[in-house]
Design a protein around this ligand. Structure first.
Ligand SMILES: Nc1ncnc2c1ncn2[C@@H]1O[C@H](COP(=O)(O)OP(=O)(O)OP(=O)(O)O)[C@@H](O)[C@H]1O
Length: 301
């Protein structure tokens, strides 16, 4: 289990992490979602003992990282895949970690096999690795001590689609065996497909958290039609609220509080053919996330 309690990090005047509290539970994948600069990496760095918190606490299995008796066997961390020793071969990187942790040598080959780094690749120096290969090696290092808790910062970075699927399956398997997985991403879709629980952070603050079902649930209906203006007018005339999914893009359709059946009926009566009709699940989270991203971009500008 991972617990962040009122975690705060200040860099000079800038509050990078602002009273962040959440729990990542065993048996579940927790997605830590936020736009660039939201404070994800800083929180994970504090959790992994790399940066001190200004106030608040971050604990793994009830202890701060520095107080864990055998951190390598309790928590596997992959924060920056490019931070590995560039002059060593992949196998050497794992050997050094294996010896430091007092693990059997065979574990190195097991991990190379698990992350699908071939013998030829394992002999190459890390400086000659692609980003995807570095991610695989970083994950092998994180898993070496068979820790119950995994903390990964943007693990899908640099992986091809097959690699992303593989990573997803691996993390899901870890959680299904009772492990705790916390991973960050600035991509909503990535988190949506893998996480059981989601924590959304923006400008250092938690803005939403809950199970995926809770956060994605939306009672509204999403409808697309070629004549979107006419459909909006028909729905409004029938007394329903209507809003454009994207005011700049008429093909994105409408969201309405009318049910699926009622929306279909209104369209039929107005003789308007539909292109799509479905529950608006996920729309609320997407809107919130786009808003957060827009706020961040405005600030940067
Ligand atoms: N060492 C530092 N000194 C000063 N400011 C920092 C430092 N590290 C991070 N920050 C600032 O803290 C904020 C949060 O950064 P952080 O790297 O945690 O964001 P993030 O959510 O991981 O973003 P990304 O998705 O881009 O990786 C940013 O405004 C960043 O500039």
């Amino acid at each position: 289990m991972i617990e962040l309690l009122e975690l705060t990090k200040r860099y000079g005047e800038h509050l990078a992490v602002d009273h962040v509290s959440f729990t990542a539970l065993p048996g579940r994948v927790t997605g830590f979602l936020g736009p660039n600069g939201a404070g994800k990496s800083t929180s994970l760095r504090i959790l992994s003992g790399l940066t001190p918190a200004t106030t608040g606490t971050a604990t793994v299995l009830g202890r701060r990282y520095a107080d864990l008796p055998d951190p390598g066997r309790e928590i596997g961390v992959l924060l920056d895949a490019s931070a590995q020793h560039a002059g060593r071969t992949g196998r050497e990187v794992l050997r050094v970690a294996q010896e430091t942790m007092g693990l059997p040598r065979a574990r190195v080959e097991e991990m190379l096999h698990l992350v699908s780094l071939t013998d030829d690749e394992a002999k190459r120096r890390v400086r000659d690795y692609s980003l995807g290969m570095r991610q695989r090696l970083g994950l092998a290092t994180a898993l070496l001590g068979d820790p119950a808790v995994l903390v990964l910062d943007e693990p899908a970075n640099g992986l091809d689609p097959a690699g992303i699927r593989w990573m997803r399956d691996l993390l899901r398997g870890h959680a299904e065996r009772g492990g705790t997985v916390l991973l960050s991403s600035h991509l909503l879709h990535e988190i949506e497909v893998i996480a059981d629980d989601i924590v959304v952070i923006g400008q250092g603050r938690v803005v939403a958290q809950g199970t995926k079902e809770e956060l994605l649930h939306d009672d509204r209906t999403l409808v697309r039609a070629a004549e979107v203006g006419a459909l909006a007018a028909a729905l409004q005339q029938a007394g329903w609220t209507v809003e454009r999914v994207d005011p700049a893009d008429p093909t994105a359709g409408l969201r309405t509080d009318a049910s699926l059946a009622v929306t279909g009926q209104v369209a039929l009566e107005a003789r308007l053919p539909l292109l799509e009709l479905r529950a608006a699940d996920g729309a609320g989270l997407e809107e919130m996330f786009l808003q957060l991203t827009a706020d961040t971009q405005r600030e940067a500008a």
